[in-house]
Design a protein around this ligand. Sequence first.
Ligand SMILES: [Zn+2]
Length: 600
Amino acid sequence: MSGETPPWDEGEEEQPSAAELEAAGQSAMFGDAPQPPVPAPTPAPVSEQPQMDAPPTDAAQPYRVLARKYRPQTFSELIGQDAMVTTLAHAIQRDRLAHAFLMTGVRGVGKTSTARLIAKALNCVGPDGQGGPTIDPCGVCEPCRAIAEGRHIDVIEMDAASHTGVDDVREIIEAVRYSAVSARYKIYIIDEVHMLSRNAFNALLKTLEEPPAHVKFLFATTEVDKLPVTVLSRTQRFDLRRIPTPMLKEHFAGICRKERVDAQDEALAMVAAAAEGSVRDGLSILDQAIAHADLETGSDEKALVTADRVRDMLGLADKSAQRRLFDALLNGDPQAMLADVDRQYSLGVEPLALLRGMMELTHRIAITQVSNSPSESVTEEERQAVEEWAGRLSAGQVHRLWQLLLKGHDEVRSAPDPLVAAQMALLRVLHAADMPDPGRLAKQLQDIAANGVASAPAATGEGGAAPVAQGPRMDWRELCDRVDQAGRLLVASTMRDWIRVIELAPGRLIFSLRPGLAEDPVSGIRDALYEVTGQRWQVERGEGEGAPSLREQEDAARQAEADRIRKSPLVEAALAAFPGAEFVEEDEAPRGDRNWSRRA
Ligand SMILES: [Zn+2]
């Protein structure tokens, strides 16, 4: 069983290929092959942390991607996972180690590194060969070195992503029966364990229930939800945290120092932010950035990783351009906004990334508003801008901004032409951006409505009077009211609803009729007018159209008012911001009543 290479151990390419540099680390989740043969294969005196302290620019040393070169060799080098390390240290001290461990967490937070560290911790024999399990593996004993180099015969790594079948697991189960060849524990590291088939899990389960004392399982997974409960319940679980951006930045700065490369602060911050909590992702970005910087600098100069370079490399929207765009959005400047979009697009920024940039800013503003503390921004300029916006915008506005951007983001993602979709989405945001928040909006709408009601009758009155009152002081509306008050309700309503006044003077009414009235109103009106004025009236139908009846005028005025409200920028913005919202007419009846009664 011993000397054979397990079927899953395919060995990795030793010289980093271009692709590896490109995707560094992403590919190499599992099973580093033995290190490329170091110039002196004899057990040369090894320093405490050979990999960390080795002069990096040794020309004889083949280039290794940073993610491998700086793979943590001790728990103290493992950043951001203090809670886990403490728990593990206690377990080792008290000799209460589980048979199986499960490392969960997003990619690149150090799951496999942790698994190897645990393997070392369990199998280290110390520099003198007498030591026991320890949280501080010595790094110099044969097991430590063999594990670090991925060549320890009793530490078997398997990538479940490519070995999902029950046969692969059977190999393990068979092997488990034999004791460790040279180490204290036989350790199986199974990466992406959630990829195992159901049958494979079932096969594994029996072994997990009663593993031989000399066997430890170390599982790693990015998707713990996919693991059967039966497996979860038999493992001690460690949730590895995303590494906070500032900690990543610090870490990368340290690596740059060791690599003897200068890096701008903002460049490191961008790399750290892009890494999204993953050391490995960050290191592969840094790798590329350093490679670019090397190409640009002369041989005796120190390479400098610049923010511009990193930005280009990541296809990141320039932060200052993002802020300019955001400003244009808030200031309602469509030309500037569209110009910014075009400029960024021509620089290769994806439309989706544009929207995401705007969303990030919005999020920062919201956080700044609630936490009332300086935001964790990349640069001082950004921090200032975010704080200024946080002070200027209301919480409601920020939330609506977010909703609009989110909607735009989804549209851009599914649109046949993302650029056009982005422009449209941002224009919509822009047009809604100067809107007050819903609370204030509601109040302003109320005010408009109140003013509208208050001012409309006055306007109607004047509007009604103007065309009619050609003679001195003869007000048709007033006449109608007086007829109404005299109790001649039917005649009054005919006068209001149907009569289009052509000429009105004391004792003389010439009118046309609004079409549709059945009977002839002349005699009724003549009598009523005589009754309320004590004067004989000449009442005749004349030639021409005449002024619209009072009823017609009111209808028109109400319509105009509704249009006016609907067309006010505020309401247009409201309708734009709440797509699907409807404009509801005010109830008409009370208003009519008020009109008449007010004149009582
Ligand atoms: Zn050791």
